[in-house]
Design a protein around this ligand. Sequence first.
Ligand code: HEC
Ligand code: HEC
Ligand code: HEC
Length: 70
Amino acid sequence: MLRGNGNDVCVQCHEDQGKFTHPVGPEVLDSHTGQMVTCVSCHNPMGTEYKYHLIEEGKKALCVLCHKTY
Ligand code: HEC
Ligand code: HEC
Ligand code: HEC
């Protein structure tokens, strides 16, 4: 029920992360879903048990969801 896509809606307030973060947007496709990577590929704005509302522990577990070779 986001009010826009998972990049645009977040960068309204988080301007810095809109410019400097992991690559996101229509050019960056998540191979699992075929959808673009957005802020909510990694963050759940409803809150999680991890720091920064990450969907997984952010040092490795999060990254290897997509980057299998790390
Ligand atoms: C209406 C403004 C607004 C929008 C839209 C918004 N945020 Fe935030 N967000 C905030 C504020 C305010 C804080 C708290 C900042 C602080 O504590 O320094 C915050 C904090 C956060 C934090 C840090 C939490 C922490 O533990 O330090 C994350 C991550 C975050 N937002 C992600 C997102 C994501 C992803 C989206 C889009 C789905 C989003 N935000 C949309 C205003 C917003
Ligand atoms: C590929 C995963 C990933 C994506 C995509 C991503 N983030 Fe993050 N984000 C992280 C990780 C990991 C951290 C924790 C960094 C740390 O531990 O210092 C973080 C930290 C944050 C924080 C808290 C620290 C800070 O910089 O104030 C905010 C706010 C945030 N992200 C917002 C966003 C927004 C907005 C977007 C979309 C434009 C976004 N993130 C996209 C992984 C991601
Ligand atoms: C939701 C899936 C997803 C997650 C989670 C994710 N990535 Fe990525 N990442 C991608 C995609 C897609 C690309 C762009 C295509 C590629 O280079 O494989 C990318 C690109 C990158 C790049 C290359 C950036 C560039 O400018 O070329 C780095 C570095 C990277 N990711 C590191 C990380 C780290 C570190 C984490 C964990 C904090 C992480 N990724 C989590 C999907 C993801």
